[in-house]
Structures are given as structure tokens and as C-alpha cells.
Design a protein around this ligand. Sequence first.
Ligand SMILES: C[S@@+](CC[C@H](N)C(=O)[O-])C[C@H]1O[C@@H](n2cnc3c(N)ncnc32)[C@H](O)[C@@H]1O
Length: 246
Amino acid sequence: MKQNIYENPVFFKEYISLRESGVTYNDFIEQPAIKSAISTLTKKSILDLGCGTGHFARYCIDKGASKVTGVDISRNMIDRAKIENSHEKIEYICTPIEELELHNQKFDLIISSLAIHYIEDYSKLIVKIRSLLNKNGEFIFSTEHPIATARNEVNNWVKDENGNKLHWALDSYQEEGKREHNWYVDGVVIYHRTISTLMNTLIDNGFSIEKVIEPQSIPSGLDKMPKLVNEERRPSFIVIKSRRLS
Ligand SMILES: C[S@@+](CC[C@H](N)C(=O)[O-])C[C@H]1O[C@@H](n2cnc3c(N)ncnc32)[C@H](O)[C@@H]1O
């Protein structure tokens, strides 16, 4: 069953207040990395899967995209996107990605920022993405890094008696599937997949892999969030850029 955790009022309030702080892993690590992977946005038609409040859709239009379709399961997110990032060239659709039907529409670029770890059936997702991409179109996504999602525990740092981080614990890596943890609320469900599954599923569906990024913080992030130095010890995210070949 698909979870729609962004409809949980406690979760939504905390998540929005985190993002509005502008001092987040998204701002300093994930967003710079995913943006750096995009070849060009000029005159491109774009599908943003798990678009949230639409800031990325707006960014694409500001950079010259011809149109953006933003899709999200959360009515809270789509309502906010329509207020904060409305534009005549952006269409927002409130639906689970898994149930998205866009007849006769294809896109030059499909992007998904930190939403794919919420999707249970990755193979089915990639088949759908291929069907929605023009030949030679790009599919770029970020997801929580498999070394961060492998264990069931969220707090994976092993520390000494003084609280110093000794090392990152990794376990259950090959055991793909559901992980349930606390992030503002109990029972937030994500899905762990290995790096080989993330890449080989693309390759098996006729994509080439063009770039893989295990991003570090940009320099200004280290000033504002010194703990981001830990990204040098283990990455929190992975960004994969692929292209539909045939
Ligand atoms: C971490 S937020 C990222 C939002 C946005 N991409 C960004 O970077 O700001 C993940 C988003 O994925 C959406 N999401 C989760 N599961 C989904 C699903 N099955 N179908 C569509 N959207 C989903 C959530 O509602 C949420 O808006």
C-alpha cells in the first residue's frame, strides 16, 4: 500500500519548516548535485516526479524550459505548489506516480528529487518512465544512498563514550525492500535497493548511465552546517543520470 506521509499534519509542518529554513541537506548537497547533472533546460519539456512544493518546476521554467508537469501524491504539497510556484507553463497533478497516466505525452527530461525511495516497485517505475520519455531523453533522479537506507536503524553512526563518531554501520545491504523509521513521526516507509539494482534496472530497460554523483556539500553549506563534513565519511544521497537509448 502506498504511504502518503506528507499528508500527516505533524510531518508536513515539520518538513515545510525545515525546507523553509534554507539550511538543509537539500540546499547544500542534493539540489546542487541534481542540478549539475542536467545537460540543458532550454526549450525542454519536463516531468517532475514527486514535485513537492514545485520549486524545481519553477527553477526549470526560469531556466528556459518550455513546460513542466509536476506530479505528487500529496494534496498538501500540490496545493502549496499551486500557490507558491504557479506559472502558466507549469501543470500540477495530484496523483501517486504509480498511477500516473499521461496519454500520448512524452517528455525530454524526467526528473525526480528524493521521491523514488518512496516507491515500492522500482522495475515497474522504470518501465513507466521509459514510456514517458522521448528517445534520447534524460532521466535524472536523486535518492537516499543505499548505504544510508540499508539498515533498519536511522541513526547509523557508531559513537564512542564521548559521543564522537567512530564509523558508519552498514548491514542488511543485500536485503532489499521496506524500511520503516522515525522522521518527525513513527512509521515513515521507504524502500532500500542496492546500487546494482538502481543501475541495472535502468540498463535492462534500454537506458545508458551517463553520470553517477555521490555528492558532498558545497562550500557555503559547510559554513552553515558544519556537520555536513560527515558526507566525506559516507554519502547521504546518490544522483543518477541516465538516457533512454532506443
Ligand atoms: C522529500 S520530498 C521532495 C519534494 C521535491 N522533489 C523537492 O525536492 O523539494 C518527497 C516528495 O515525494 C512525494 N511522494 C512520495 N511518494 C510518492 C508517490 N508514490 N507518488 C508521488 N509522489 C510521492 C511526497 O509527497 C513529497 O512531496
